[in-house]
Design a protein around this ligand. Structure first.
Ligand SMILES: Nc1nc2c(ncn2[C@@H]2O[C@H](COP(=O)(O)OP(=O)(O)O)[C@@H](O)[C@H]2O)c(=O)[nH]1
Ligand SMILES: [Mg+2]
Length: 285
């Protein structure tokens, strides 16, 4: 699959910004989408992160398959990452994230204190690909805590520090990572979670991929939403279009099923979360 033109200039600038800020931070909070944790991570960033402590936070757990989310947490942990899942619509989860950051850094800070280094507030930065909840996270915390300061060393005018409490500070500008396009499935997963404009990929392909995946992993969701049941081995593509058009009363176009409208309707349902809780990939272990 062709490499994406994800406004490359903008992305390179964002990467440089993150690189310059990285020295000043104690922990990175990388947000990934619980519905596609592997596809929404960007390991290309790891050389820049180097050995900074990092917490992987899987957002939108309320939209993902709960059993698979637990598996993903374990999979990340077995690879040596700190990981957790959250629903950013639930405010208690913000405290869980901050507390987890503090506990990750506890030993390091105790050692520093023993060496006589003055403890200062932990400084954190949020990174992630588009649509994983970076602004939601930062804005909710900024609203909660009124203290926002810009005059700190290394903090440029356009960036500010949000003081969460006496021990924890957060940059108000997230690091935006480029979405991954390593292969077709990754690109499709990133589209299915809304991190790139879905019309960058051929929409029919994306629709067929999504329906095929749902029929394999969540057939009951297709049954409930579209009264749709079929066998993956059958020649199902056109009959599925026809069926959805029929049950959802999509008028024919020039005597034929209006395929575009079917695809449109499906993606609207999907992005509105009306089909159900779905995770698009499983950890391989
Ligand atoms: N259901 C649900 N929606 C979320 C969650 N986190 C973020 N969102 C929604 O996801 C969309 C993208 O969030 P945004 O913060 O703009 O992502 P950003 O591009 O990373 O800054 C918004 O509509 C949010 O309301 C979550 O945990 N659960
Ligand atoms: Mg944003």
């Amino acid at each position: 699959m062709a490499q994406m033109q994800w406004y490359p200039g903008h992305m390179a600038k964002a990467t440089r910004e993150v690189e310059s800020r990285i020295k000043l931070i104690d922990i990175i909070i990388e947000l990934v989408d619980a519905r596609a944790p592997r596809s929404s991570m960007n390991e290309a960033f790891e050389p820049i992160i180097k050995n900074k402590p990092r917490l992987i936070v899987m957002t939108k757990q309320d939209m993902a398959d709960a059993a698979l989310t637990s598996k993903w947490v374990k999979a990340f942990e077995s690879r040596g990452y700190h990981a957790m899942s959250v629903n950013l619509r639930n405010f208690n989860d913000y405290n869980r994230i901050i507390d987890t950051c503090k506990s990750i850094l506890k030993d390091q800070r105790e050692k520093q204190a023993k060496r006589g280094l003055k403890p200062r507030a932990i400084r954190a930065m949020v990174i992630g690909i588009p649509n994983v909840g970076k602004s939601t996270f930062i804005n909710a915390l900024a609203k909660r805590k009124a203290t926002v300061t810009g005059n700190k060393p290394g903090v440029t005018k356009s960036q500010q520090i949000i003081k969460i409490d006496k021990d924890f500070e957060l940059y108000d500008t997230p690091g935006i990572l480029a979405p991954k396009f390593d292969d077709k499935v990754t690109a499709m997963n990133v589209s299915l979670i809304g991190s790139i404009k879905k019309d960058i990929l051929p929409l029919d392909d994306l629709f067929i991929y999504a329906i095929g995946y749902l029929n394999t992993h969540y057939p009951q969701l297709l049954k409930e939403r579209y009264d749709l049941e079929f066998d993956n081995d059958d020649d199902w593509v056109l009959p599925v279009f026809d069926h959805i058009a029929k049950v959802r009363h999509i008028p024919k176009f020039k005597g034929e099923t209006n395929y575009d409208r079917v695809v449109e309707l499906f993606f609207k349902d999907l992005y509105d979360g009306l089909i159900g809780r779905i995770t698009w990939e499983e950890p391989h272990e």
